[in-house]
Design a binder for this molecule. Structure first.
Ligand code: GDP
Length: 522
């Protein structure tokens, strides 16, 4: 019998992996794909990456960041579920890209290095997930090495993240003697992930036989303590973002990955409802809706295309369908939506709520765009962050000013930089969250547009989007402060300040003007 829309949607699990660099995100991604059956050999993800030719340094930057960007989404089917892993750049300078990607997931896997615990990036990314109530599954990685005591790790998660923990599995052994995980509720033991079915073991003493004799008693005691002292898993609390199930393992040595895939299948939520300006959209609704959370250029050096990554929010997306682009009200055809697998992309004939498709285009689509089958609604929540660095772009060849303007506009549409056009007609200012983004901009302007540029300090260092309940007040402010006002890509006004001090000062002087550091795309 053909699958119903509701059934197809309920099988989707769309998630991201959040981690501090080096915790093992890349390795875990590879192993999820390996044990999920998407790739034959671990290492293929990296190998593929190495084959891709690089044309310029920015590609090198991306390459150094591992599989990120080259494969922004990876899909595999396992045990009846369809898993979509959305990859996020590891480097902090690309944080805005990561935050936007997190708006397109329904769950996250938080990878912690068992020796290091919660690190700064983990904390930051966790906070972003919490803002959106994204449920989190914790994977404590590198148990094959010297690590902290599992109870200590659980305590740290509870304290630093104010998040309840429920260990679902318990590590058997430590560092050299680490040999598998024991499922506390099911009372099963699984050695390496090459063992597909775990073995039932009711008695901790039986499990302890996998350990050297001198570690057995301690293990049995620890198991008893874990059973008595730890919280049991509570799915409601997990879905509400109050509790995280915890798994212990080693991505490199193939431990705990299968438990994690099973947990994603069993615990992680199917596609969530999405909030739009006019109403809430349910994933299993008949009519297709989607939003763009990322634009990627140069996915393939042979095709100078741009891919808009769209998360399907409801219904079914079909190849060839016509959709309405909310920002312009125009209709566009989806002639070649694509799916991404570990090593290739493929035309997508159908995609369901929860899936992510790549839509090739030449600049029609922007980050934050909503696509529908005709209904006039706009999804909320794809954020735009006030840049931390503002620069003027200096062109070596002044004759090419017009070309530069076009190029910057395109880079801004892709989300590489933000572009601000001052009201007084002075040259545009670019803004970025991290300095590496400027390197990317410079390399791309040179390699793709033949525009060698350098950057100059601007007299501004802070910018805020401004609005007011009173249109008259806003107009007055914009007119009075014309030299400090610019428009972003959407034409929305921003206030540019010299520094944080003068920003505060002005904010106090003009209480009717709201100044915000995060703008949600509309
Ligand atoms: P990422 O920066 O989070 O993507 O981390 P990687 O997956 O690139 O891993 C960082 C380093 O840790 C690499 O050298 C991996 O081989 C190593 N690594 C990853 N997982 C494990 C593990 O479970 N055990 C050990 N011993 N090393 C690991």
């Amino acid at each position: 019998m053909a699958e119903t829309l509701a059934e197809a949607v309920s099988r989707r699990r769309t998630f991201a992996i959040i981690a501090h660099p080096d915790a093992g995100k890349t390795t875990l991604t590879e192993k999820l794909l390996l044990f999920g059956g998407a790739i034959q050999l671990a290492g293929e993800v990296k190998a593929k990456k190495d084959r891709i030719q690089t044309r310029s340094d920015w590609m090198k930057i991306e390459r150094e960041r591992g599989i990120s960007v080259v494969t922004s989404v990876m899909t595999f089917e396992y045990d009846g579920n369809v898993f979509n892993i959305l990859d996020t750049p590891g480097h902090e300078d690309f944080a805005d890209d990561t935050y936007r990607t997190l708006t397109a997931v329904d769950a996250a896997v938080m990878v912690i290095d068992a020796a290091k615990g919660i690190e700064p990036r983990t904390l930051k990314l966790f906070e972003v997930c919490r803002l959106r109530d994204i449920p989190i599954i914790t994977f404590v990685n590198k148990m094959d090495r010297e690590s902290r005591d599992p109870f200590e790790i659980l305590d740290e998660v509870e304290e630093k993240l104010a998040l309840d923990t429920a260990p679902v599995t318990w590590p058997v052994g430590r560092s050299k003697t680490f040999c598998g995980s024991y499922h506390l509720a099911d009372r099963t033991f699984r050695g390496s992930d090459t063992q597909v079915q775990p073995t039932r073991m009711d008695d901790a003493a039986e499990v302890a036989k996998h350990l050297p004799e001198n570690e057995r008693n301690a293990f049995i005691e620890e198991m008893e303590l874990a059973r008595e002292a730890c919280r049991p898993f509570d799915r409601e609390a997990f879905l509400e973002g109050h509790l995280t199930p915890v798994f212990f393992g080693s991505a490199l040595r193939n431990f705990g990955v299968r438990d994690l895939i099973n947990a994603l299948g069993a615990f992680a939520p199917p596609p969530r409802d999405q909030v739009a300006d006019t109403r809430k959209v349910h994933a299993a609704e008949d009519r297709m809706t989607a939003f763009v959370f990322k634009i990627q250029a140069n996915m393939d050096p042979n095709h100078r295309d741009r891919i808009a990554f769209a998360r399907v929010c409801s219904g079914m997306l079909e190849r060839g369908m016509k959709v309405r682009l909310a920002r312009t009200g125009k209709t566009i055809g989806l002639s070649a939506p694509q799916f991404f697998f570990a090593s290739q992309r493929q035309l997508a004939d159908t995609a369901y709520a929860g899936d992510v498709v790549g839509i090739p285009n030449h600049g029609t689509l922007r980050i934050g765009d909503t696509l529908t089958e005709g209904e006039a609604l706009v999804f909320e929540g794809v954020p735009n962050f006030a840049p931390e660095i503002l620069r003027r772009v200096r062109l070596e060849d002044a004759m090419k000013a017009k070309k530069l303007k076009e190029a910057l506009q395109q880079m801004a549409e892709e989300g590489v930089v933000q572009l601000f056009s001052p009201e007084d007609g002075s040259p545009a200012i670019v803004g970025v969250v991290g300095a590496l983004q400027l390197d990317v901009l410079k390399e791309r302007l040179s390699a793709e547009y033949g525009l060698p540029v350098s950057f100059e300090m601007s007299r501004f260092s802070v910018c805020r989007w401004i609005s007011s309940d009173s249109a008259a007040e806003l107009d007055k402010f914009v007119t009075q402060r014309r030299g400090d006002i610019a428009r972003d890509l959407d034409g929305d006004p921003v206030f540019l300040a010299q520094d944080a001090f003068s920003l505060r000062y002005e904010a106090e002087r003009y209480p009717a003007i709201k100044m915000v550091a995060i703008k949600e795309y509309h």
